[in-house]
Ligand binder design. Structure first.
Ligand code: NAD
Length: 276
């Protein structure tokens, strides 16, 4: 298998382009999935305080027995803990649940604009980074106006913006907005929460390449330059989702996948109007 790619941030750090997502996994499931993924060669795990499985993730990381600097761990500050003091405490509590003295990346989970607190939350991340609690800092679900506001008010640009992105919701506009600001795009729900896997056109590409639909979709994210974090707690799928470094998509395949983009492809909430 070819070696896995890394993407470099504007702060000089880099992130393994493919990671394991663990949303909706229990502590026990996350522990096993993380240990298995790291055994298979994954070096990047995406969790969040809101997933309530940081303890399990931390146990899985420990069980793998890898040097700390070889594993990239991301967590996120939940919406209800936005605000300077509460976000600072949230990061401390995440570290203690993970059993780590720092994470590689911490994100503001959503802008949650109705709370009016994402700028001070971002300031808490800036100071957490200065205190050594996070190596890099970023955001999730930020629209251009939210990015511009935190950059203008703090002078600090997030390294990454984790957004909903999958073949039925390709986010060309938002990806270009990120690029303009030197922000890496990261795809959440990269498999469309499993729904994209049933698409016949993807199935045809997969069959021709001798790959599975999940592998074709993950490969597509890699080729568009996005960091990608498919979720599974099933060992065979965790392995399948990592076996994507020994093939490429042709221009024709990529054009076919571009054609799956849809106006109403969004699965999750719109970040500007979400009420959570
Ligand atoms: P996903 O698109 O990764 O799909 C996951 C589902 O697809 C699994 O539950 C499983 O049923 C299925 N699946 C996975 N691999 C498969 C395979 N090889 N074959 C067949 N089925 C397979 O969905 P997700 O969990 O929503 O997103 C991935 C990760 O993104 C999450 O775990 C989380 O870490 C992150 N996320 C972040 C946000 C955010 O707001 N920042 C929101 C949603 C998800």
């Amino acid at each position: 298998m070819s070696s896995q790619p890394y993407v470099t941030f504007h702060d000089g750090r880099s992130i393994p382009q493919l990671g394991l997502g663990v949303w909706k996994a229990s502590n026990e499931e996350a522990e096993e999935a993380v240990a298995e993924a790291l055994r298979l060669g994954y070096r990047h795990i995406d969790t969040a305080a809101a997933y309530q499985n940081e303890e399990g993730v931390g146990r899985g990381v420990k069980a793998a027995g890898l040097p700390r600097d070889e594993v990239f761990v991301t967590t996120k500050v939940p919406n209800e803990l936005q605000g300077y003091e509460t976000a600072t405490r949230s990061i401390d509590d995440s570290l203690s649940r993970l059993g780590l003295d720092h994470v590689d990346l911490v994100l503001v989970h959503w802008p949650s604009p109705w709370r009016g607190k994402y700028v001070e939350t971002w300031q808490a991340l800036i100071d957490a980074q200065k205190a050594g609690k996070a190596i890099s800092i970023g955001v999730s679900n930020f629209e251009p106006e939210h990015l511009d506001k935190i950059i203008a008010e703090t002078g600090v640009t997030p390294v990454i913006n984790q957004i909903e992105l999958h073949p039925r919701f390709q986010q060309a506009r938002m990806r270009a907005e990120n690029v303009q600001r030197r922000i890496v795009t990261e795809s959440w729900s990269p498999l469309g929460q499993g729904k994209s896997l049933e698409d016949e056109r993807l199935g045809a590409i997969a069959q021709r390449l001798g790959k599975t639909p999940a592998q074709v979709i993950i490969r597509w994210h890699i080729e568009i330059g996005a960091v990608v974090i498919p979720k599974s707690v099933t060992p065979s799928r965790i392995a399948e989702n990592f076996a994507v470094f020994d093939f490429t998509l042709s221009e024709e395949d990529k054009a076919a996948i571009a054609g799956l983009d849809s106006e109403d492809g969004r699965i999750g909430s719109h970040p500007s109007t979400a009420t959570f």
